[in-house]
Ligand binder design. Structure first.
Ligand code: ADP
Ligand code: MG
Length: 252
């Protein structure tokens, strides 16, 4: 038997985020049932599936605000959570963005984006300006959330989530509250901003079209399980079963 250690190569580095065999039961029913996923830095993985299939519950366990009943979560190959050991949410270096993840109404745009940043006042200000420039909202730096449109607030929320340079970015249907006219622009802007940052993105959506547009990898979920996984084109052109065909063709 070859017992020599495997030679490490950069492409063999552990994934930024790995969840292994995660399960979560509610009232005796497995709402997340043996889910495993690997996400590399610089990649967007879409957890795609109909309402109620367990997407948000999966995200909450990764964020650490809910505990799995079995399975493990690793960041850069290091265990951060199993059923006995648990790194608390605030030490997971995870950025969150939800549809209704409101800005702090009493804080200026600058203070919203700078919230939770470490460093000197000048360093924080520089990072806030950099991000507001990137989302084309520098002119609102001293404004307040109520002065912004829904789309603008969403871009500030994105800037705020990215500002602390999270290792992992979790996004739960972040665009579903926006009207169609705005949505495509914000999706593209979000994607280009995320790709510049050294982060691994897990985007939850029930819209195949959004997954096709944004994902490097799609994990198709149904009834708590991942039923198919692969590059968007492959998943779309080779649906795993009739239910997957129906799900993809339901898009308007
Ligand atoms: P999705 O985000 O895909 O719409 P969720 O993860 O929110 O799905 O929910 C998956 C299933 O788990 C649903 O049937 C939901 O009703 C159930 N569920 C979620 N949270 C709880 C809870 N705290 N208690 C009981 N059932 C829950
Ligand atoms: Mg949900």
């Amino acid at each position: 038997m070859n017992t020599a250690p495997a030679k490490m190569h950069s492409t063999m580095a552990p994934p930024r985020l790995e969840i292994r065999n995660i399960r979560r039961f509610f009232e005796g029913r497995a709402v997340v049932d043996d889910v495993s996923l690997k996400i590399r830095a610089g990649q967007v993985t879409c957890l795609l599936g109909p309402s109620g299939c367990g997407k948000s519950t999966t995200l909450r366990m990764i964020a650490g605000v809910e505990m799995q009943d079995s399975g493990e979560i690793y960041v850069d190959g290091k265990l951060i959570c199993d059923t006995v050991f648990r790194v608390p949410p605030e030490r997971r270096e995870i950025g969150l963005m939800f549809q209704d993840f409101a800005l702090f109404p009493h804080l200026s745009v600058a203070d919203n984006v700078g919230f939770g940043l470490k460093g000197s006042k000048d360093e924080k200000r520089a990072r806030v300006e950099e991000l507001l420039n990137r989302v084309s909202l520098k002119r609102f730096i001293d404004g307040y959330p109520h002065q912004l449109s829904g789309g603008e607030q969403q871009r500030v929320a994105l800037a705020r989530a990215i500002a602390p340079r999270p290792r992992i970015m979790l996004m739960d249907e972040p665009f579903s509250g926006l009207d169609n006219r705005l949505r495509d622009g914000i999706r593209d802007e979000t994607l280009s901003l995320l790709k510049e940052e050294d982060t691994a993105v897990l985007l939850v959506t029930h819209e195949p079209e959004e997954a096709m547009r944004m994902a490097d990898e799609i994990a198709l979920m149904r009834g708590g399980r991942i039923v198919q996984q692969g590059a968007p084109y492959n998943v779309y052109t080779h649906p795993v079963d009739k239910a997957a065909v129906a799900f993809f063709s339901d898009v308007n």
